[in-house]
Design a binder for this molecule. Structure first.
Ligand code: PMP
Length: 357
């Protein structure tokens, strides 16, 4: 608190991102980054853009990039909005679609940025409790006064909700916007983008940070009815005309055009994930059926907080949430096969030491 702070600053409870350690030797499995570099075409496009273009403002509507995204998802560019990371697109969406006097709904175990935005923008919210197995009860999202937001797959549980259940939520909120945050969807069964033409109240938000290895570049996007996209553009243009810079537009456009590279990276990660789940289970972990590039697991004997600290001391960083109901779980990002081997070897040591005491 400070006498110069506005009421808005006073009511904020900022989001705390996962630790970003600078040690290059650390095996970093705590923020769901992609272990592989982006497509080589990304660098080529950025270098080309650097050649004399930085003096000029970028396209305020990120036209080339919107076109590449529209081509990828078989929608039209006026159904696409692009922003500075999906976190920014989410923030704009809270401003564009949610109301200060109408509570929105999201799950109790979910992406912890949602309550942060809700407080920042003065939007009341109701928490929907997940089921005992961490799945989401679709009916509990029906008839929301203010709208709905949820990740699919959910974070940090990694669980996927079938599109048929999402459709029931859309049908039962005809006058409110339902936001499906698909940060991890490329590692899952199917995207709700295919429902966008059927439901004018659906906004799908995705990111290049995970499946396209561009977390450092900050490009996220929304796909929805042109009226929803126009609302986002109106918010952006009342805030900052150029939220996505020239290098990001060029790089992300190249990433979307290199479909072969994208497909092969996603395949590698899902194969490694499935192997990781299998081995963790053999070691006595309970692992949720992940459809993301991370797993959510707890050990039958050893506390997650202890495993977290011991792994960190050994140079392996995973995520532990000090939050009721999930404080005995670890969220582990899927890395390369070599990184997973190091993790599993270390876990084996930690657990063996314990079982000999
Ligand atoms: N949504 C979810 C569910 C996430 O886990 C993340 C990553 N922290 C984001 C959105 C934001 O991703 P970005 O801003 O990098 O696009």
């Amino acid at each position: 608190m400070n006498k110069f702070w506005s009421e808005m600053v006073n009511r904020t409870e900022p989001y705390v991102p996962g630790e970003q350690l600078n040690d290059p030797d650390i095996i970093k499995l705590n923020t769901n980054e992609n272990p592989y570099p982006p497509s080589p075409r990304v660098k080529e496009a950025i270098v080309e853009e650097l050649d004399g273009k930085l003096r000029l403002y970028p396209s305020p509507t990120a036209d080339g990039l919107r076109l590449a995204i529209a081509d990828t998802y078989d929608v039209s560019p006026d159904e696409v909005f692009v922003g500075n990371g999906s976190d920014e697109v989410l923030a704009f969406s809270f401003m564009a679609f949610f109301h200060p006097d109408k509570p929105i709904r999201f799950p109790n175990i979910t992406y912890s940025f949602y309550p942060v935005y809700a407080k920042l923008f003065n939007i009341p919210y109701e928490i929907v409790r997940v089921n005992g197995d961490f799945t989401l009860p679709a009916e509990s999202f029906f008839g929301s006064e203010g709208g709905v937001i949820m990740p699919n797959p959910n974070a940090p549980t990694s669980l996927y909700m079938e599109l048929s259940s999402i459709e029931t939520i859309l049908v039962n909120n005809p006058d409110r916007v339902v936001i499906i945050d698909e940060a991890y969807i490329d590692f899952a069964t199917a995207s709700a983008v295919e429902l966008v033409r059927l439901y004018e109240n659906l906004l799908v938000i995705q990111t290049t940070s995970k499946s396209r290895s561009l977390a450092g570049m900050r490009v996220g996007y929304a796909i929805g009815h042109p009226d929803l996209i126009e609302a986002l553009v109106r918010i952006k243009d009342s805030f900052n005309s150029y939220t996505v810079d020239r290098l990001a537009i060029a790089g992300a456009t190249a990433a979307f055009k290199d479909r072969e590279y994208f497909n092969s990276t996603v395949l590698k990660i899902t194969a490694t994930r499935n192997r990781l789940i299998h081995t963790l289970k053999e070691m006595g972990f309970h692992v949720l059926p992940s459809q993301a590039n991370f797993v959510f697991a707890k050990h039958t004997d050893k506390a997650a907080a202890e495993i977290y600290v011991e792994l960190k001391n050994a140079g392996i960083l995973v995520r532990h949430f000090n939050q009721p109901e999930i404080d005995n779980y670890l969220r582990i990002s899927v890395g390369t096969d070599e990184q997973m081997d190091s993790l599993l070897r270390k876990l084996e040591q930690l657990l063996a030491v314990d079982s000999h005491i």
